[in-house]
Design a protein around this ligand. Structure first.
Ligand code: UDX
Length: 484
């Protein structure tokens, strides 16, 4: 309850892409389980996509909330584009359109305030920087939600240091080996480990960087900053950022059934944008720790030549594999991307290729021995929480930094070398030998032991008395006196 005796009412607004909607929905469930009324905002387009993927005639968010007995409400606003606009093919146009959703948000907040209880705070994705001004017009707290690691937050927050040390603007491929040892809380990295927008310049990075700069200016004015990480994973970055900003780690944001095997509630995650293929029967036939799970998240595109090389690398490794190949992995127009005969021969004996799976369910299956991942933050933290070592293949955005931390700081995986620009390709021999290192031998065993230890920390953080749970409680407490 707030000061006025009415329950707190949080408007939660993720950036409308998969890697942001999923953790913020999970966060909403945690918040609602503490008695806070939550209105979860998505765009009309994503809402329709989720409903279609879940074959649900009812709003899947409402359905989920009702199953769990939580007061989570659902609201949609327009991203300004027609429903049939190809957001995957024209991603940067989509992003620019999202930047102009302020009027729609303000209108929604006015209409929500005509119902009970009135909105008492807005918890918006850090990238929705313009929601700060809208929120301040209502005189309520604005909380910024960062879906990447605290270390990456520290890089953007301290962007001025990259400038003053001469590492921004980037010096091109020749500067990728430069050492960066001055970001507070972050271990020593190289320029090649920075988020992609800071490594090499092009028109699209200029746009995203401008968006990030605006986002981090707004975030400096946030009442709190929340992050999907946990204290034992990034103690130094959290410590360094805490002196600058009121930051709280609240992760890993996963359904409690995956963190605590005793808990049978909260199993479903109805936020997938694509229909899920259920691979458990196939996985059940595979030996313990043998299967390589391959997935590159919801956004990145990969060239046809690279897909073919990955296919051959998987084949040559001889390990069973489960490969998620999104229908738009090359582009919305190209559906045929595997080498001739691969599906008929290799997949018959060794692997399974599907368009989308329930990833957490896959990662928690005992047959999974490693995760060949693009190092999207959700994938990394999910893999850690499920105790699966990784093969990192970063392609875009924070994935380079996530990969660096995962390999050199936490020592729970290997990086596929590849390269930048034209040399970006990773080759079949590299893939098959990295798989062999991951699933067998002393090195593989050490990474498995390391990830199992982190898995325990991840679970403790979310349990009663754990750091993330304490932070959630503290957030709810702190919101109470500010209610009108
Ligand atoms: C992007 C960025 O890459 C990421 O680093 C950032 O933090 C959020 O935005 P994305 O590329 O989609 O996200 O990767 P990731 O962060 O790994 O998120 C993908 C999500 O989709 C994960 O929660 C994963 O469990 C889910 N997923 C993926 C499935 O449920 N099924 C699949 O088949 C593949």
């Amino acid at each position: 309850m707030g000061d006025n005796g009415k329950p707190l009412h949080a408007l939660v607004f993720p950036y409308p892409t998969q890697g942001h909607v999923t953790p913020m929905m999970q966060f909403s469930k945690s918040l609602a389980s503490k008695g806070v009324v939550v209105t979860f905002v998505t765009t009309h387009h994503r809402h329709a996509q989720i409903a279609q993927a879940n074959s649900s005639s009812e709003d899947p968010v409402l359905l989920e909330a009702r199953n769990l007995g939580l007061d989570i409400r659902s609201a949609q606003i327009s991203d300004g584009l027609p429903l049939d606009f190809d957001r995957s093919a024209r991603f940067y146009d989509f992003m620019q359109s999202v930047d102009s959703m302020d009027e729609a948000l303000e209108e929604l907040m006015h209409s929500l305030n005509k119902t009970e209880p009135p909105i008492s705070c807005v918890i918006a994705d850090t990238l929705l920087f313009w929601s700060l001004d809208v929120t301040k017009r209502f005189g309520i707290p604005w909380i910024s939600f960062w879906t990447q690691p605290v270390g990456v937050y520290s890089i953007y927050h301290n962007f001025h240091l990259l400038r003053s040390h001469g590492h921004y603007p980037p010096r091109g491929t020749g500067g990728l080996d430069d050492c960066i040892d001055y970001i507070p809380g972050l271990p020593k990295i190289q320029s090649r480990d920075l988020p992609s927008f800071l490594q090499l310049q092009d028109t699209s990075s200029d746009y995203v960087l401008d968006l990030l700069m605006k986002s981090f200016q707004s975030a400096r004015r946030a009442d709190w900053v929340l992050c999907n990480s946990f204290s034992n994973l990034e103690p130094e970055s959290i410590k360094a950022m805490s002196t600058e900003t009121p930051i709280l780690t609240v992760g890993p944001l996963l359904p409690s059934s995956y963190l605590d095997s005793q808990n049978s509630r909260d199993i479903t995650v109805r936020t997938s944008f694509l229909a899920e293929y259920q691979p458990s029967t196939w996985l059940d036939t595979k030996p313990l720790d043998s299967v390589i799970y391959v997935s590159f998240g919801s956004l990145v595109h990969v060239s046809k030549a690279q897909i073919e090389e990955i296919a051959m690398g998987l084949k040559e490794s001889g390990q069973p594999f489960l490969w998620v190949l999104r229908p738009d992995i090359i582009s919305s127009e190209i559906s045929d991307c595997l080498p001739d005969g691969f599906m008929e021969e290799t997949c018959k004996s060794q692997g399974l290729v599907v368009p989308w799976v329930p990833q957490l369910q896959v990662l928690s299956h005992p047959s999974i021995g490693g995760f060949f991942t693009h190092c999207g933050w959700n994938s990394v933290i999910e893999s850690i929480a499920m105790g699966v070592p990784m093969l990192g293949f970063p392609l875009w955005s924070d994935q380079y930094t996530n990969c660096k931390l995962m390999v050199d700081e936490w020592k729970v995986g290997l990086r596929l070398i590849g390269g930048h620009g034209d040399n970006k390709m990773i080759h079949r021999e590299e893939i098959s030998s990295a798989i062999a290192r991951l699933v067998s031998g002393e090195e593989g065993k050490e990474m498995k032991n390391g990830v199992m230890a982190l898995r325990e920390s991840a679970r403790s953080a979310m349990n009663t008395g754990g750091s993330s749970e304490i932070n959630m409680e503290a957030l709810v407490e702190a919101l109470k006196p500010t209610v009108h």
